[in-house]
Design a protein around this ligand. Structure first.
Ligand code: AMP
Ligand code: GLY
Length: 430
């Protein structure tokens, strides 16, 4: 009988995970909660099951005789879904709640980095307005203020001068936009950003292919932050020989630290890096796959994802595993609905999905089915991943697919992976 896997989540990242699991030679039987209409083509969706209802997840996993649960988003990790499943004797891919604090609390992550000797921006933690003002007096500007808890990427305020920093302090401590929270005040770093993820088995971290994502809504990195408007992989600034070195700097010391604390890290450790003039520095950790990086990274994975997930749930289980990627390029373009990121639109009819699928991987993020047709149902609606032997070809395919799709108010950035294509041209002309 084939292995039965339940994936938690229902966005583009989870669709990309489901697609990669479906390619496994083990031919797994796949379930996804809640899933979405795209995922439904490859897995049995459980739209009623809420991933953060940990008891319900454990009960459903038992009922369906699930062999492995793979957790997509951070929220179920932080509330302890992996711990609840472990107590029920069910293996799950992802960290327990204690290790997920690396993402759930920015001050916890900063303190862990300091102890493990991981390079990061210098920082202070404050919990009231007066201490915050005093800290700004000390640091000056530019400076970055971050709410301590999960804020879906919205809790980070970058302040270019001291007036902006003082306004930000009011946002945190007078307006309390992010609730009662501690605030990390840290040094502003300059450089190119890089997402480097590693798969971890409690003892060891093995890096995945590097990616870059595009956080702002507007071309040229302008406008408000979003969940991510596109991504690509690989990234020319990290050669495959430098990957192991970089992972030894930013992943392994944290995996070692968590093991020594008795809260071993299993799952995906995502390091958000700034490649500064004085070397790579960690901006943040996430304890799960990135969205939309996963949509560009996993289509390039050659190794069996089912086997890697299973191995990573066992202490030291990855010891004899390698993680292989193809030489292909992948470029992911996100289509967002009208109003995103301030709001989002629902129920707009989507056309052109079949045509798009002829040139690219079509990943559903925020879609719904209505009378047999696919409509928008969220901010980020669809992700189109073009693959090709070089960045230019992969990019062209992603945009051909993106153009083939239509719905009212469709938004996309037109500069995804432009930088990679420019570097490729510069390389060719040397
Ligand atoms: P985070 O959620 O901590 O990754 O922050 C979100 C985004 O804010 C990052 O992807 C960066 O673009 C930016 N950012 C965060 N911290 C810093 C920093 N210390 N210096 C410059 N930019 C930062
Ligand atoms: N792409 C950024 C994130 O997943 O947090």
């Amino acid at each position: 009988m084939s292995i039965r896997i339940l994936v938690l989540g229902g966005g583009g990242r989870e669709h990309a995970i489901v697609k990669a699991l479906a390619r496994s030679p083990q031919a797994p039987e796949l379930f996804c909660a809640p899933g979405n209409p795209g995922i439904a083509a490859e897995a049995t969706c459980l739209p009623e099951l809420d991933p953060v209802d940990v008891e319900a997840v454990a009960a459903k996993a038992r009922e369906l005789e699930i062999d492995l649960v793979a957790v997509g988003p951070e929220a179920p990790l932080v509330v302890g879904v992996v711990d609840a499943l472990a107590s029920a004797g069910l293996p799950a891919f992802g960290p327990g709640a204690s290790a997920a604090r690396l993402e759930g609390s920015k001050s916890y992550a900063k303190e862990a980095m300091a102890e493990a000797g991981v390079p990061t921006a210098s920082y202070g933690v404050v919990s009231d307005r007066e201490s915050a003002l005093a800290e700004i007096e000390k640091t000056g500007a530019p400076v970055v203020l971050k709410a301590d808890g999960l804020a879906a990427g919205k809790g980070v305020l970058i302040c270019m001068d001291e007036d902006e920093a003082r306004e930000a302090i009011e946002v945190f401590f007078t307006e309390r936009r992010f609730g009662e929270t501690e605030v990390v005040i840290e040094e502003f770093l300059e450089g190119e950003e890089l997402s480097l993820l590693a798969i971890c088995d409690g003892e060891r971290a093995i890096p995945l292919a590097p990616a870059q994502d595009y956080k702002r809504i507007g071309e040229g990195d302008t406008g408000p932050n979003t969940g991510g408007m596109g991504s690509y992989s690989p990234v020319q600034i990290v050669g495959s020989d430098e990957l192991a070195e970089l992972s030894a700097l930013v992943h392994q010391p944290i995996v070692d630290l968590m093991a020594s604390r008795g809260t071993p890290f299993h799952g995906i450790l995502y390091a958000g890096l700034m490649m500064t003039a004085s070397g790579p520095k960690v901006l943040e950790y996430n304890t799960r796959f990135g969205d939309p990086e996963t949509q560009a990274v996993l289509p390039r994975l050659v190794s069996d994802l089912v086997d890697l997930f299973q191995a990573a749930t066992r202490p030291g289980g990855l010891a004899d595993r390698t993680v292989e990627f193809s030489d292909e390029w992948a470029v992911t373009v996100v289509l967002a609905s009208a109003g995103y990121p301030a709001s989002s639109s629902r129920g707009d009819l989507i056309s052109g999905l079949d045509r798009a699928a002829e040139v690219a991987e079509v990943v559903h993020a925020g879609t719904a089915e209505r009378n047999g047709e696919i409509v928008t149902a969220g901010g980020r609606v669809l992700n189109l991943t073009g693959l090709g032997p070089d960045a230019a070809t992969a990019r062209e395919r992603a945009y051909d697919a993106a153009e083939a799709i239509n719905f009212d108010g469709k938004q996309m950035r037109r500069d995804i992976a432009e930088r990679a294509v420019r570097r490729e041209r510069d390389q060719d002309s040397i």
